[in-house]
Design a protein around this ligand. Sequence first.
Ligand code: DOR
Length: 436
Amino acid sequence: MNLLIRGGRVIDPANGLDAVADVLILDGRISRVGPALSPPGGAAVPTLDATGRVVAPGLIDMHVHLREPGQEYKETIATGTRAAAAGGFTAIAAMANTEPVNDTRSVTDYVLAEARARGVVRVYPIGAVTRGLKGQALAELGELAEAGCVAYSDDGRPVMHSGLLRRALEYAQAFGKPIISHAEDVHLAEGGVMHEGFVSTDLGLGGIPSVAEEVMVARDIALAELTGTPVHIAHVSTAAAVRLLRDARARGVAVTGEVTPHHLLLTDEALRSYDANCKMAPPLRGKRDVEACREALADGTLGAIATDHAPHALTDKEVELDQAANGIVGLETAVALCLTHLVRERILDLPTLIARLTVGPARILDLPGGTLTPGAPGDVTVLDLEQRHTIEPARFQSKGRNTPFAGWACVGAPVATVVGGQVVMLDGAIRAERLG
Ligand code: DOR
């Protein structure tokens, strides 16, 4: 696939580039980035005019729940990848908490085959750490790596058994894959529906204390240090977890972290609405935690923004708060929310935001994309920083409508998503049924 993207402000953090330029994609790969490019030999190449817009490497969401196989009423690989394309993501990593769990080659094969047949963006499966996510015996780690898994995670559940996690880290090293930790001590979190603090006391709701996350982050860092295998902490949400990560990274421990847009933008005050769309794991925390996460994102302690896209059906959410499923959708809101509430409010500069959505996750998962370096996959996201719109769940490509951001006014949006030189989303419309 060939494409010439003309005249945009090209921001490629991996190469320190921020300049008006053209991007030429030939045979599905980045060929050149520079002023006034033309295809070799004057060949006719489709053109995308990006004048007045920002051209970034294709965005990567390293934490997505696609729900297929097994919970197709919540999301499928087809709808989840359309949601990704609509949200400006050219690649997503798919968590293993499906039914069956992605703990064997056959499930990984299925996810990859379905993504090839019906997906519109790249899908990188994540295999389970333990069989059935039960935390009792290791999954087939070697087989999963061979089948194409890029990391291991029991996300949705922690691996509570520290001895088993140690073994998993030792095995994972042989396959060169990191382990992604859902850092939550289930005993400390037991009975909680929201962050433990003033608001939970005020509302009389069971709390999940910050230490439930912090003891596990401390343990995971200790095991990463012992084994030398990289550990990535999913959805970091507390100030002390950030501090632990910053200290460990300064000592050279192979540990990384991600943060979600909702943990950057909302606090536990949102629970005063009793809206189940404000319930997730980890829970929305306090103001100081949000500030710490923002600082850590800016200074690189947290190397990635990931959505933890967790689609649920109405029936999973429209129940009492303690019965409601955890999680919110994020693929179609993340970029607009971050542009509006982080970049416009000068909490993060635009190149740093783009870095945390591209080269950051690419390095953590050792993925081929995340830059516009010649030879890289021809994946590009075009952003319009001025586009005004209101978040309307009814218009999502995702089957999930579970978001606390409905009705939020945003300025800035992805307007084109290009995968391997193919325009899969233009002005909000999905243009490709399959990658081919
Ligand atoms: O809120 C969440 N929902 N957090 C998780 O870790 C899992 C996810 C899900 O699978 O719904």
